[in-house]
Ligand binder design. Structure first.
Ligand code: ASP
Length: 369
């Protein structure tokens, strides 16, 4: 990979504040529409900061009790020695929040901003800094909504910036290395965390504190980063980014996604929670069933009565595939191997973007993405 020489201030053009078309939690609320920066330096990596522990701050040396989304993208970048040698950087503070407060409005803002900037020949790739709690959801949404071969990388950290041995600087450095690399072109949205590269579809948070908390379960990593070198060994076989049918163009009028609640089944669960969701105008339902997407007779009876909105069956187990012939409600759709939170994103996108919501079409969508 070619390294670019240049000073920190020359390479980092901060774009604060970025204007938004709507009000976001903890985000800039002053302006009325998204301002897309002028990028004129070849090989620029655009950093879109959203908050999380990587931007968290607390008592010096402590790993807990901190506030996520406290430090600016400027301070975040300034804390990474040598990052300015990897690529010219443009930074955009999209918001600065705990990722548990991420909304579909913010997802859409990210997708539109990336889709607007991606055709610029001077842009090499994108890095999104994000809290780890919902990082895999933002990654999977963008995998469906952005339309570019250029690398889009998401990263975060498990320790706040003020902790002893914070992991954020290394994760950010490695993400810029991947976003600037030719090897990452066409691989879809990627997660970079603790030396490993993951696909957006497979990445998942597997620990509440470990610095290797982002993993990909049985699918494993696609590759690794060592210093300034990127090593890929695998690639996702599913449709994503450039070939996705769910692109959200910069001019798209969509500002949020339809509501699709996830209903978690447990032994002795009261099925009236299903009626509650329907009465609150759910546009679709995802059931987090037990085992291979199973649930009680009471749940089956309730779900059999719902024929006006799509129902997708996933599992509360984080490994394995649900096949269509094992779905207990005859008009419902198997989520394949998607966990409930990703199955919900795909259904929200399908409802928002597809006219055809027949069971046949949805079965195809869940096999394809
Ligand atoms: N609660 C934090 C967040 O998701 C956790 C983290 O970033 O690791 O924003």
């Amino acid at each position: 990979m070619k390294l670019k020489k240049g000073g920190f201030m020359r390479n980092l053009k901060l774009l604060l504040p970025i204007a938004m078309a709507f009000t976001l939690v903890g985000c800039n609320k002053q302006s009325e529409k998204i301002v897309i920066p002028d990028i004129e330096e070849s090989g620029t990596v655009v950093i879109l900061a959203t908050g999380g522990t990587i931007a968290g701050s607390g008592e010096e040396g402590k790993e807990t009790g901190y506030k996520p989304g406290s430090i600016s993208v400027e301070s975040l970048i300034a804390s990474v020695p040598g990052i300015e040698e990897v690529a010219p950087l443009q930074a955009i503070q999209v918001c600065n929040i705990n990722s548990d407060d991420i909304t579909s409005e913010i997802w859409i803002t990210l997708a539109k901003t990336i889709n607007e900037l991606a055709p610029n020949p001077d842009v090499a790739g994108f890095v999104i800094t994000h809290g780890t709690d919902t990082m895999e959801e933002t990654a999977y949404f963008l995998n469906l909504a952005v339309s570019t071969k250029k690398p889009v990388v998401i990263t975060g950290s498990m320790r706040p910036s003020t902790s002893l041995s914070a992991d954020g600087p290394m994760n950010l450095y490695q993400s810029v290395v991947v976003a600037a690399s030719e090897e990452a072109i066409g691989k879809g949205v990627l997660g970079v965390f603790s030396d490993s590269i993951y696909s957006a579809r497979s990445m998942q948070k597997v620990s509440s504190f470990d610095v290797t908390a982002i993993s990909a379960g049985p699918m494993g990593a696609l590759g690794f980063v060592r210093n300034n070198e990127v090593f890929f060994y695998e690639a996702s076989t599913k449709r994503h980014t450039e070939t996705s049918e769910f692109t959200i163009a910069p001019t798209d009028t969509m500002t949020s996604l339809p509501d699709v609640p996830i209903i978690y089944f447990n032994a002795d669960a009261d099925p009236s929670i299903i009626d509650w969701a329907i009465n609150h105008e759910a546009k679709g339902l995802v059931i987090a069933g037990a085992g291979a997407g199973e649930f009680s007779e009471k749940f089956i009876n309730s779900l059999n009565g719902i024929t006006n909105i799509p129902i997708v069956i996933s599992s509360r187990i984080d490994s394995g595939v649900i096949t269509q012939d094992s779905v207990l409600v005859k008009h419902a759709v198997a989520a394949n191997d998607l966990p409930p939170h990703k199955a919900s994103i795909l259904l929200r996108m399908a409802i928002a973007k597809t006219k055809d919501l027949t069971q046949e079409k949805l079965i195809e969508i869940y096999k394809t993405y």
